[in-house]
Ligand binder design. Structure first.
Ligand code: GSH
Length: 354
């Protein structure tokens, strides 16, 4: 894993180098989105995130875990952003770290430029649950990236963890943001005892995260963004192999790593909650829907019902975004009406609490 140097001053930000791995994988010569990351082979290959600093309690850290210092820019539509929001809520960090959501449907981010991306509403009234940028008056997420790094050449993704003090991006990598939220804010978190990455389970969590990321979290995108039959078929095979494996695991134990809820469950949940409403249709993941997996479906309901989690699930934003932002997949932007699943119904997972 490559980590960019800590950002000390505004000047150093302008000099920050993109992750070299990103340079080799990126297919975009101009501003681009994930939809453009499909190779000639027809396979979707996601490029790595670029801002990789860490908030840390360690003495001398550039980014200390101070209350009121950080802001999390999210889209309610985005699974990666919502795993960060879930941690923020579960740890009881709402007073310490502010957050806002952009509008769900991508729009042009610059005049005279074809790039489509995340934009802020101009007023609170424009779009329910989206608000104008409260810190920098930015019109787009792109503006935040360009402000933080003058020569930035990557994608303009959410989540963005923003430092109000140094006026820069700390991290745009959700896998790392959730770790910071889990462990570094315990002096100010209301739920400081909640540990979703406990020492004794770390290697198990890492192992589970790896195959679930490849085959499920990113797998649905590999299916949906494939532009040829073969990579689509391959993505589906891997995706359903992994879903079957999760179903099997969750028929015997309550959570992915045993009887304790961990970050691995939150990371899987954000994909599962979008599965039947979006991925089954928009990304052609329709070999089986989640509701046909009794254990996975009940498990999704259970996590949805954990205090704080349901407020991170905004199905209006989710459906508007996917069906409305990828014209190459859904040219008319029509949003399917169903299936409107009730995730607050009983889940019966307590029986596995052993
Ligand atoms: N590795 C990033 C991925 C974030 C990501 O891909 N976010 C999507 C939204 S779901 C995005 O902002 N896409 C904008 C684009 O593709 O231009 C993370 O996990 O934080």
């Amino acid at each position: 894993m490559l980590i960019s140097p800590p950002f000390l001053t505004r000047l150093s930000l302008a000099l920050v180098m993109p992750n070299p791995k990103f340079l080799t994988l990126s297919l975009c010569t101009m501003a681009c989105t994930a939809v453009d990351e499909t190779r000639n082979s027809g396979a979707f290959i996601r490029s790595p995130s670029t801002f990789r600093s860490f908030i840390s309690r360690d003495q001398g850290s550039t980014f200390l875990p101070e209350s009121g210092r950080y802001h999390l820019y999210i889209s309610y539509a985005c699974p990666w952003a919502c795993r960060c929001l879930s941690l923020l809520k579960m740890k009881g960090l709402e007073q310490a770290i502010s957050f806002t959501s952009v509008k769900p449907i991508w729009e042009r981010t610059k005049e005279g430029d074809a790039h489509m991306g995340w934009v802020f509403p101009v007023s609170d009234m424009e779009e329910p649950d989206a608000v104008p940028d409260p810190l920098n008056g930015a019109k787009t997420i792109r503006e935040l990236y360009e402000f933080a790094s003058a020569n930035y050449s990557g994608k303009f993704t959410v989540p963005v963890l923003w430092d109000k003090k140094l006026k820069t991006i700390v991290s745009n990598e959700s896998a790392e943001i959730i770790r910071m939220l889990n462990s570094e804010f315990n002096d100010i978190a209301e739920n400081r005892d909640l540990d979703l990455y406990p020492l004794d389970l770390q290697s198990q969590i890492d192992e589970v995260n790896e195959w679930i990321y490849d085959s499920i979290n990113n797998g649905v995108y590999r299916s949906g963004f494939a532009t040829k039959q073969e990579p689509y078929d391959k993505a589906i095979k891997t995706l359903y192999g992994a879903l079957d494996k999760c179903e099997e695991i969750l028929s015997k134990q309550r959570y992915l790593c045993g009887s304790t809820l961990t970050e691995a469950d939150i990371r899987l949940f954000v994909t599962l909650i979008r599965f039947d409403e979006v991925y089954a249709v928009h990304f052609k993941c329709n070999k089986k829907v989640l509701r046909e997996y009794p254990n996975l479906f009940n498990y999704t309901k259970e996590i949805f019902q954990i205090p704080g989690i349901s407020s991170t699930v905004n199905m209006n934003h989710i459906k508007k975004h996917y069906y409305g932002s990828h014209p190459s997949i859904n040219p008319y932007g029509i949003i399917p009406q169903g299936p409107n699943i009730d995730y607050s119904s009983p889940h019966n997972r307590e029986r596995l609490f052993s």
